[in-house]
Design a protein around this ligand. Sequence first.
Ligand code: NAD
Length: 274
Amino acid sequence: MADILQADHPTSLITGAASGIGKAIAQHAYKEGHNLILVDIDEINLIETSDQFKTTNKIEIIADLSSYEDISKLKKTVDSQCNVVNYLFNNAGIFLEGRSWKLSSDAWSKIININLLATIRMTSAFLPSMIESNQKCHVVNTASMAGVIIGGYLSPYTTTKHAVVGYTRSLFEELKDVQNVNASVLCPGEVQSQIINNERSSLDLKKFLEDKHETTSAIKDYLKLGVKDGLDPKIVAKEVFNAIKKNNFWIFTHSDFVDTYSEYSKEIIESMKR
Ligand code: NAD
């Protein structure tokens, strides 16, 4: 195995590093002196992000994480550059709006492949060497508040983000038997980023934006405004690194959903009582 990135520095691999939360996580990891492996499908913005980091201890990988072939190639590239990824941030994601039955099978596949399967495939690819390394390692999977509460008309997003929470919690339980690796799930509310801008050419998603129902469009417009005025992603990144230090599983960045979650969980608890 080659070791091009500095062996005495921890290595962070960040997916979705070209924009928003992923870019802020990369900036924070850089400040902490990590080697950086920056991954995104958006070449122009990934290179722009990478150019900010005045270090040779970084690599950029342009990959479509919804493709298993791209993930396999990425794994080979990373293995040729470093022995272990200490911090794996499965953060890349897309937003697709729409009612549950109105999306095509291809649209469902697209969002499941990137929001859920990429997280699973990347974790399966990198976790074995993390465990073997005996070094401190951590997996952070980005879900969303949509991973714990449910509103209609965002079905593809909500479905995949709930699955990311379930997957990461299972991982967390399994890793209780492993000394050196931990897992956290990041569930942000609205954060300034490009996430709702799913008409970007770099993502090639226009063909999947099929449900033109007026409530679907109204909710998307509402979210667009919320994200525009959302939390600074740098604050999110800081919370992520604090949670890693404390080995916290849950990373919530917004408290304004407490009442909604209380109502939802009360509904479940009441329904369980017979
Ligand atoms: P963003 O769109 O600014 O960044 C996401 C990045 O992922 C982009 O650079 C994009 O090019 C990349 N990406 C998308 N599909 C990809 C693919 N197939 N392969 C490789 N890279 C791909 O949005 P963001 O808000 O920074 O999103 C980061 C994560 O945070 C996502 O998982 C998102 O669902 C989640 N999230 C965001 C918010 C918010 O309000 N911004 C809230 C909750 C959760």
